[in-house]
Design a protein around this ligand. Structure first.
Ligand SMILES: [Mg+2]
Length: 349
């Protein structure tokens, strides 16, 4: 059995701002883009969440929900610095660290000999060290695999520590809502709901063939996850080359106008993801289109900053190549290679 930790800072960007200005602690606070530029919320603190504000929400909407919200543009240079300090603490425990974003990582501690080999003690140590050295609280999940560790870190947030031992895994899984499973988004969640499947216990009663029939390749994944099977290894950091999001539509989009409509929520999601990575310097944008005949076309534009307008122009050119109904649209931003970052940067908004 492996021992995997998932460590995740609590409302990271907001936590850094509150640390540096404690007067903000009790106020509803969000880090996000300006409403005039159709910005979105990257992070908000817990007092802001009381108003229903959450990350990825358009800033304009957040301000309607809470007109006295303190909105900060964010100091990503500072967040990157704190992130490096936290990642360094992770590396003191094990070299097997896979960062997922500035404030989140998987750690494989199966081979760690300290702490009598207790992953629970290691998790406690991480939380204490992180708070003592950076002033930021972590939530940590401990489990035999990645997907359960990630669910566990979210279980008792903020400042949580949830341990799913191999013995506890069975009970935990049975009661686990399927919507918590890795890869189950709103669309799959709704379909499982329609099939009367709410928990992993119910999901286990569905034969593999039926799941594959209903969900394709993901059906097999669902079958495994319901049984706590997730063999994905913790991968060491590679240099990230791009950040992207894509969506396969429940029904093919018949024309360019409907593709344009589908673009706005995708762009919003992308901007949120770029913020989660600390607004790294960008080199250009990419649009991917898969048509109903499964042909794929990808268009890239170097030097363009991501904006709904630039994506819309690129999407039009991509669509012209097929002029057919569209199954999937993806939007992404290319990152500037680490080496060139000092020489050229693009404004992101
Ligand atoms: Mg976090």
């Amino acid at each position: 059995m492996r021992k995997i930790l998932h460590a995740d800072c609590d409302c990271f960007f907001a936590a850094v701002e509150m640390r540096d200005n404690p007067a903000l602690t009790e106020l509803p606070l969000a880090i996000g883009g300006s409403p005039e530029r159709r910005g979105v919320i990257a992070t908000c603190n817990y007092p802001a969440r009381v108003f229903g504000i959450h990350s990825a929400m358009p800033t304009a909407r957040a301000l309607r929900l809470c007109p006295h919200l303190t909105l900060l543009p964010g100091n990503f240079e500072k967040y990157r610095e704190v992130s490096q300090q936290i990642q360094a603490i992770f590396h003191e425990l094990t070299p097997l660290v896979e960062p997922l974003s500035l404030d989140e990582a998987f750690l494989d501690v199966s081979q760690v000999e300290g702490f009598s080999g207790s992953a629970t003690w290691m998790a406690r140590w991480l939380k204490e060290e992180c708070l003592a050295r950076t002033g930021i609280t972590l939530s940590v999940g401990v489990a035999p695999n990645k997907f359960l560790a990630k669910i566990a870190s979210d279980w008792e947030k903020p400042n949580g520590l949830t341990v799913i031992t191999p013995e506890r895994m069975e009970d935990f899984l049975q009661a686990l809502p399927v919507k918590k499973l890795h890869g189950v988004g709103p669309a799959t969640g709704a379909r499982l709901d329609a099939m009367g499947i709410a928990t992993c216990e119910a999901l286990r009663e569905v034969p593999l063939e039926r799941l594959v029939e209903a969900f394709g390749k993901f059906g097999k994944r669902l079958f495994e996850l319901a049984r706590g099977i997730d063999e994905r290894p913790v991968r060491l950091e590679r240099e990230r080359k791009s950040i992207s999001v894509e969506s396969t539509f429940a029904q093919d989009l018949p024309d360019l106008a409907s593709c344009r409509q589908a673009l706005a929520p995708l762009c919003q999601k992308l901007m949120e993801r770029i913020a989660r990575h600390g607004h790294p310097p960008l080199a250009g944008i990419v649009v991917k289109v898969r048509f109903d005949d499964f042909s794929v076309t990808t268009l890239e534009s170097r030097g363009l900053a991501p904006s709904p307008e630039s994506f819309s122009r690129l999407l039009e050119q991509a669509w012209e190549r097929g002029r057919r109904p569209v199954r999937l649209i993806g939007v992404g931003a290319r990152l500037l290679p680490e080496l060139h970052r000092r020489q050229l940067t693009l404004p992101i908004e």
